[in-house]
Design a protein around this ligand. Structure first.
Ligand SMILES: Cc1cc2nc3c(=O)[nH]c(=O)nc-3n(C[C@H](O)[C@H](O)[C@H](O)COP(=O)(O)O)c2cc1C
Length: 171
């Protein structure tokens, strides 16, 4: 006996909703990108557009919406950090992606070696020097040269897929 054929229901379109939903099919981790503004105040926003770019030299990138309040300080900061979140840091992801008065007041952090705020208990942290900024439509692409990488091998990542937070699932 053969299995019944699977019916697939692909959705197609060039409208913004279809584009967003199609892009949301790409499962990612979640990061919080941090820096200090020109007055020395910690700044940070949640971002899942993080990508490793080059090993030699060690480069990574993150895409930041030009409309974001963090855009200006992040584009000017000499150094920034990418904090890759683990499962228990979903509250931090929410804090750094919503209108919270004092994001760093309700999140455990410390100052990193390279003068950037680092979120405690992260899965990994990349302290970077700004390498380049490229235009990208309504975002800019912030490229950093990694000065220090830190990771905890025993923690599981916080994931994001189709607009929801997820966890790794092994059968
Ligand atoms: C899972 C997730 C991923 C996000 N990824 C990005 C991103 O890559 N780039 C970006 O500019 N905003 C991203 N956002 C939206 C910002 O976190 C959100 O607009 C935030 O409020 C910006 O803060 P700000 O205006 O204080 O800078 C993401 C939000 C969530 C929940």
């Amino acid at each position: 006996m053969t299995d019944a054929p699977v019916t697939r229901e692909y959705r197609t379109g060039s409208d913004p909703r279809t584009l967003r939903d199609a892009l949301g099919c790409f499962a990612t981790g979640v990061t919080v990108v941090t820096c200090l503004d020109s007055a020395g105040v910690p700044i940070g926003l949640t971002a899942n557009s993080f990508t490793s770019l080059s090993l030699d030299p060690p480069l990574l990138l993150v895409c930041v919406a030009k409309m974001a309040a963090s855009a200006e300080p992040l584009s000017k900061a000499r150094n920034f950090a990418v904090n890759v979140l683990q499962t228990e840091q979903q509250p931090a992801s929410i804090t750094f992606s919503t209108r919270v008065e004092d994001r760093f007041g309700c999140t455990a952090w410390s100052m990193g070696e390279h003068g950037v705020p680092v979120l405690l208990d992260s899965l990994s942290v990349f302290e970077c020097a700004r390498h380049a900024i490229h235009d990208g439509g309504d975002h800019f692409i912030l490229v950093g040269e990694v000065k220090k990488a830190t990771f905890e091998p025993g923690l599981d990542p916080l994931l994001y897929f189709r607009g929801s937070y997820r966890r790794l699932h092994f059968d």
